[in-house]
Design a protein around this ligand. Structure first.
Ligand SMILES: *Cc1c(COP(=O)(O)O)cnc(C)c1O
Length: 233
């Protein structure tokens, strides 16, 4: 089933890239494997998917124990300070940094492992209270400056989730706001390259608006059964 899903997905990504003159090599496809077991991840990996996204620190830790660095891991969920160590141990990228205290703890744990942890700042571009991430552009800038003082953290980009809506223009606005914010930050001397945006329902708009990392779950693995633990599926 994964094979049947991946082929048309890749074709649509390639078509969007061609249409909007984007280089497909600049776009990393992250398969969001939360709720799915390691056999499913292995199958996707055999089909050429190299990057996987997880949103729970312990689930990532446990999958990492089994699969290790055979694949590239991305942490994309809310991260509690006491679980930072699991994410730092396994993830090449942590996409969801939204406070100085979290960046400090990442720096601290990465230091213990002699690692420079790549991170992205999560921005709430939809102004929905239920969503995590920084709402205020000034705060994003402040946090970016703070991160540049941390020797075991490398800030590489910004991440967002679009609002839940069928209104394409609102989704597009949210993605273009993120891109503009990245450009603003780079104007004052940063070198942010990554825009982590676009999920199953909105990745084509994200490509048009400059995404470099797509976080796609259900279009690859099918619907998640949230009543089951990943060990059972
Ligand atoms: C689950 C999740 C995704 C993937 O969602 P799909 O709609 O299944 O593609 C992307 N980003 C984050 C942060 C997620 O938690």
């Amino acid at each position: 089933m994964i094979a049947e899903n991946i082929k048309p997905l890749r074709e649509r990504i390639a078509a969007k890239c061609a249409e909007f003159k984007r280089n497909p090599k600049e776009i990393r496809l992250i398969a969001v494997s939360k709720f799915f077991g390691v056999d499913t991840i292995k199958e996707a990996n055999r089909l050429g998917i190299t990057d996987f996204g997880e949103n729970k620190a312990q689930e990532l830790r446990d999958k990492y124990e089994i699969l290790g660095d055979k694949v590239t891991w991305h942490f994309i969920g809310t991260l509690q300070r006491n679980k930072v160590k699991y994410a730092v141990k396994s993830a090449a990228y942590i996409h969801s940094v939204d406070s100085a205290s979290l960046s400090d703890e990442i720096n601290n744990q990465a230091g213990k492992l002699n690692k420079v942890q790549k991170i992205l700042l999560e921005v709430n571009t939809s102004f929905e209270e239920s969503k995590s991430g920084l709402i205020d552009n000034i705060k994003v800038l402040e946090l970016a400056k703070h991160c540049s003082t941390l020797s075991n953290v490398e800030l590489v980009g910004l991440m967002t989730m679009a609002p839940f809506t069928d209104d394409e223009s609102i989704i597009r606005q949210s993605f273009s706001d993120l891109r503009k914010l990245k450009d603003e930050i780079n104007k004052i001397g940063f070198d942010l390259r990554e825009l982590s945006m676009g999920m199953t329902n909105d990745y084509e708009i994200a490509i048009e608006e400059g995404a470099t990392m797509l976080r796609i779950g259900s279009a690859i693995f099918g619907q998640r059964d949230i009543t089951k633990d990943w060990r059972q599926s």
